[in-house]
Design a protein around this ligand. Structure first.
Ligand code: KG4
Ligand code: ZN
Length: 329
C-alpha cells in the first residue's frame, strides 16, 4: 500500500492507495475557519495546525482503508512548492514514519499533483496543456508525459485565487472569497463594469492580476458599491479573470498543437471558468478535462496518484529529496 501526505498550504490531507493504484481513502481537513479572521492564510497558524491534526488525519486515512502502518510500503509526500513551515511538518512526519517502518519515501511536487488530479482513479491522458490555478499558483504547462513538463508561463504577481481573495476583502466578502464571489456573481451582469484584462494581448503566457485588483479598489473608492450591485461588481471582476485564463490557455493549446486542456487547482472550481472554457473549447474541437470539485482543491489523492505514476515509469528524479522547498525550480 501507499500512503500519501499533503501539507503544503492550509489543508492537512492523507490518502491511501493499493500498490496497483486503487484509491482506498482520501481525507482532507481544511483550515479555512482558522484563517478567515485574518483575511488570508497565516503561515505560522497553518504550520501549527498541521502539527496538531496530521497524526489524526493519517490515522483516519489508514482506518478508512482498513490498513495499518505495517502494510504501507511507500509514503508519498509533497516537498515543493508551498509554505516552508507547512511543508516541513509533512516531510518530517513522512520521514519519521518511513524510518520506523522501512517504507520507501517518494517526494512529490505539488503542481505535478494538481496537473494529474483529474486522472485519479484512471489512466492519465497525454499530452495536454495544463493550467494550475489556485490561491498560490497560476501556471501554464505543456505536459508531454509523466515527468516531462515545460513551463509556458506563470503569474508575475498575484495568483488568480489570491486576486479573488484580495478583491473579496475590498468588497467585504470573507475569506476564502473565491467560492463566495462565484456564488454572488451568478446574480450579476458580467459586463456591468469594464475591468482590465491584464497581459491578454501580450505575446507571452505570463499572467498578472495585481492591476486588476487595484482597478476594483479604485472603482470601489469611486463609489461603485453605491452605483452598482455587489453582484454586478463581482461578476464583472470574475469575468476579467476568466477571460484572461481562458484566452491564454486556448492560445497555448493552439501554439503547441495540443488539443487537450487540463484545468486544476482551487480556482478550477469556478463555475464561470468551467462554463466559458467548455464553450470556447467545444467550438474548436479541444477536449477539456477538469477534476471533480473535491480534487480541484488541495488533497493527498493527487499526490499519491502522481507518486504511483512516477513509480510505474521509474521516473523518480534523483535530485528530488525529501528536503522541502518553498519555491519551484
Ligand atoms: O488549490 P487550493 O485549495 O489551495 C491552494 O491555493 O493551493 O485553492 C484555494 C484558492 C483560494 O484562493 C480560493 O478563493 C480559490 O481557490 N477558489 C475559488 C473557487 N473555489 C476556490 N476561486 C474562484 N471560484 C471558486 N469557485
Ligand atoms: Zn494547491
Amino acid at each position: 500500500m501507499l500512503l500519501a501526505i499533503e501539507t503544503s498550504c492550509d489543508e492537512t490531507a492523507a490518502a491511501v492507495f493499493t500498490n496497483n493504484g486503487k484509491l482506498l481513502s482520501d481525507i482532507v481537513m481544511s483550515q479555512d475557519h482558522l484563517h478567515a479572521r485574518y483575511g488570508g492564510i497565516v503561515p505560522e497558524v497553518a504550520s501549527r495546525r498541521h502539527i496538531e491534526v496530521l497524526p489524526a488525519v493519517v490515522k483516519e486515512a489508514l482506518h478508512k482503508a482498513r490498513a495499518d502502518m505495517s502494510a504501507v510500503e511507500a509514503i508519498a509526500v509533497t516537498v515543493e512548492p508551498g509554505l516552508m513551515g507547512a511543508l516541513l511538518v509533512g516531510t518530517s512526519f513522512a520521514s519519521g514514519m518511513a524510518r520506523v517502518t522501512g517504507a520507501r519515501l517518494i517526494p512529490v511536487n505539488h503542481l505535478e499533483g494538481h496537473l494529474h488530479a483529474p486522472f485519479v482513479g484512471s489512466e492519465p491522458l497525454y499530452p495536454f496543456v495544463g493550467l494550475v490555478v489556485s490561491g498560490g499558483h497560476t501556471s501554464l504547462y505543456l505536459v508531454r508525459d509523466t515527468g516531462e513538463y515545460t513551463l509556458l508561463g506563470s503569474t508575475r504577481d498575484d495568483a488568480a485565487g489570491e486576486a479573488f481573495d484580495k478583491v473579496g476583502r475590498i468588497l467585504g466578502i470573507s475569506y476564502p472569497a473565491g467560492p463566495r464571489i462565484d456564488r454572488i456573481a451568478k446574480e450579476g451582469r458580467h459586463d456591468a463594469l469594464s475591468f482590465p484584462r491584464p497581459m491578454l494581448n501580450e505575446d507571452s503566457f505570463d499572467f498578472s492580476f495585481s492591476g486588476l485588483k487595484t482597478a476594483v479598489l479604485y472603482a470601489v473608492k469611486n463609489g461603485a458599491l453605491s452605483t452598482h450591485s455587489l453582484a454586478d461588481i463581482a461578476a464583472s471582476f470574475q469575468e476579467a479573470v476568466v477571460d484572461v485564463l481562458v484566452q491564454k490557455t486556448l492560445k497555448a493549446s493552439e501554439q503547441t498543437g495540443v488539443d487537450r486542456i487540463v484545468i486544476s487547482g482551487g480556482v478550477a472550481a469556478n463555475s464561470r471558468l468551467r462554463e466559458k472554457i467548455q464553450q470556447e473549447a467545444t467550438s474548436r474541437g479541444i477536449e477539456i478535462v477538469i477534476p471533480p470539485l473535491r480534487l480541484c482543491t488541495d488533497n493527498a489523492a493527487m499526490i499519491g496518484y502522481t507518486a504511483i505514476l512516477r513509480l510505474r515509469t521509474g521516473r523518480i528524479p534523483s535530485e528530488f529529496s525529501v528536503s522541502p522547498r518553498s519555491t519551484f525550480l
